[in-house]
Design a binder for this molecule. Structure first.
Ligand SMILES: C[S@@+](CC[C@H](N)C(=O)[O-])C[C@H]1O[C@@H](n2cnc3c(N)ncnc32)[C@H](O)[C@@H]1O
Length: 426
């Protein structure tokens, strides 16, 4: 069964699941953090472990242009492209020249920088699904009070206003709220949308109740970034008790298994022999970090199975901590190098349910997929099963990190294997 048949196949318009295209090239990640409320989804994942005051430690988080090296010396390039490297300017000046924030400020409040919003807005699967869900269900918005949790540029608030909302409260803790206010004014919505800059947990709303909450809160592996807590907080504090609407209201996470030898060799096994040196202590660390990247649907060798169902209308903070048993059936004779997790999201409190998928079989989204590489590859034959158990909980020291343990058992013709692996998504 293809993965997108799993979730809500009966409930959700297949329209948004059809748009398959070749997966985009594997790319580095980017994201957000504002010190206290650091929602780190789209930061380079490593940024999560950098403390305030430190500089990013790797150059791939910086823009490096031609010229001198980072230390100022002339360098010789060995790649014949003549793209020498220039010292990086850490100051960031906005178009009107008034912004004296440095790139460090953006680094620690990355939702402040337009690039992250550009990435999200250009994710058409994501943004158009929200637009369709709102505009095709105007009756839910007409003359209603709406709360947009984490409004960013204000895009969802403006969809809601276009759909006829009586008033929209657009809340964001990042300085992107300043631009959202300007955008709202520029587009003639000042009387309909009030932008409030602050953490949802700390602000006062001028109303006691809202009819609809809209939010785009989903992180990598659905739960990474723990913004779900903020939605639950807002829901419990302000959403009308009778017939309150949350957009979206359902999310389901799946796992399947993949043949992905080339990438595993490149990212993990690479450390076993680096210019002839054994760097396998790093291999063991690399293995424990799930990789957020695009995986081609052709690499998926088993069916997919759900491991988590979230109903956003009723879920609790504790639901981020979950355990699930699963069974995957091999669809062909192949190797298995890793487990792949992805999620689907749906708006079901509407006339005609709609949703989108981050499945490897569907069109690219900026969430990509999350891949858990195995220490050794498995060999599976068509019809054999891989039995598994997954446990996920926020890390004790840093609750935004996720500790994920996976146990897999195979008793096949070529592989007999029971192994427990511990991963940390950070
Ligand atoms: C994924 S972005 C979505 C932005 C916008 N809604 C969109 O769809 O393009 C999430 C936004 O939520 C904001 N945010 C995260 N946690 C928040 C909190 N506790 N209170 C207010 N805003 C928050 C971030 O600053 C970020 O701009």
């Amino acid at each position: 069964m293809s993965s997108h048949q799993h979730i809500n196949a009966r409930q959700i318009s297949s329209e948004t699941f059809k748009n398959e295209e070749p997966p985009a090239k594997r790319r580095q990640l980017s994201s957000c953090d504002d010190g206290e409320s650091q929602h780190l989804r789209r930061l380079p994942l490593r940024a999560a472990v950098v403390e305030e005051g430190q500089s990013p430690s790797t150059t791939d988080e910086l823009t490096v242009q031609s010229g001198k090296s980072l230390t100022g010396e002339e360098i010789t390039c060995n790649n014949n492209n003549n793209n020498n490297i220039e010292a990086v300017d850490f100051s960031v000046v906005s178009a009107d020249g008034t912004d004296d924030r440095t790139s460090k400020d953006y680094y620690f409040d990355s939702y402040a920088h337009h690039a992250i919003h550009e990435e999200m807005l250009k994710d058409e699967v994501r943004t158009k699904t929200y637009e369709m869900a709102i505009m095709q269900n105007k009756y839910l918005f007409q003359d209603k009070i709406i709360l947009d949790v984490g409004c960013g540029t204000g895009i969802l608030s403006m969809f809601a206003a276009q759909a006829g909302a009586k008033h929209v409260y657009a809340v964001d803790c990042s300085s992107i709220a300043d631009q959202a206010r300007q955008i709202v004014e520029l587009n003639g919505f000042s009387d309909k949308i009030t932008v409030i800059k602050g953490k949802i947990e700390e602000i006062d709303l001028p109303v006691a109740e809202v009819d609809v909450i809209v939010s785009e809160w989903m992180g990598y592996f659905l739960l990474y970034e723990s913004m779900l807590d903020s939605i639950i907080f807002a829901r419990d504090k302000w959403l009308v008790k009778e017939n309150g609407i949350v957009f979206p209201d359902k999310a389901v996470m799946y796992v399947c298994a993949a043949e992905d030898g080339d990438v595993k060799r490149d990212r993990v096994d690479f450390w076993s022999n680096v210019y002839g040196f054994d760097m396998s202590p790093i291999r063991n660390i690399a293995l424990k970090e799930p990789v957020v990247d695009v995986i081609d649907g052709k690499s998926i060798v088993t069916d997919a199975t759900p491991i988590l169902h979230l109903d956003i209308l009723t879920c609790k903070k504790e639901d981020v901590e979950f355990e699930a048993s699963f069974e995957l059936k091999a669809l062909r004779n192949d190797y298995v190098h890793g487990l792949v997790a992805y999620f689907e999201c749906a708006f079901t409190q509407v006339h005609k349910p709609i949703g989108f998928s981050t499945s490897p079989f569907c069109r690219y989204t900026h969430w990509k997929q999350t891949i858990f590489y195995l220490p050794e590859s498995l060999v599976t034959c068509t019809g054999e099963t891989i039995a598994g158990e997954i446990k996920c909980k926020p890390n004790k020291k840093n609750r935004r990190d996720l500790d994920i343990s996976i146990t897999l058992s195979v008793n096949g013709r070529h592989s007999k294997f029971t192994k427990q692996m511990n991963y940390r998504l950070r």
